[in-house]
Design a protein. Sequence first.
Length: 285
Amino acid sequence: MRNHTYLGLAAILALAACNGDKDSGANATDTGSNADADTDADTDADTDADTDTASTTGGWTLEGQSIDLTTQAPVADGTCVRLLDPTPVLSGGESEVLGEATTTGGAFTVGDVVTSSTLGLLMSVASCDSEATDPYPTNTGILTGDYSGLGEGDTLSGKTAFSISRATMDGIDASATAAGYTGTVSADGLMVGFVWDNAGTPIEGATVSCGGCTVYYFDGDDSDGLFTTGTDLNTGTSAAANGMFAIPAAAITSYSPDDGGTNTWNSNVVGSNPGSAVIVAFYAN
């Protein structure tokens, strides 16, 4: 069963704080009927404002599980999962935070989701402590079709938000350097992808085209690095490594797998931002 279908635009997180209105004290010295009138007016205004706020329409609920990308174990309790709308990024803005939750046993629930995004949504997993470095920030996508028909009181369940541990990220950094990468992957950001058939079985020997970028393919033996066999750079996906690949500093462009014609895949427009990973899965048609 396909639980892991993703699209991606890595996002910059921004939380907006709202300040409540304050009544002026200018009428505090009024007495008698003036004071009564002011009090009535203030009371009416406050009541109207409270009534308007309370009438806001509720939204749908997202339920899911956040697990480690490599071990499949639940993330630590208290990890933050934020649901993002990446639409503002296209015009140079910041992703809108639609809701957030913390995990318990890997499970999370984000309620009152209201969105009209046609680009899909992102489940962002990171520490709630902005100073913490573990886990490495990741973004896993939700397709528009998964939520476009949902309304107030509905629930979208069974979604998986992947996480990457700092230990795994350190291994990716070291292995990419050993394979010839001249930057630092964790600083540059990356796309991590999977190439699977239409039943979710990893493909052996597939390649991913991306207009000239360098693709690093994981293998099942990390004793000589994640991306090399001996000293040679891996040239395709490995079923033993779940068909996984990494592209550091992935440009926002079209990506498409190929396994020599046995399967066909649709291309995905996806990319990454510095300091975070976007998780993408390609299912064969």
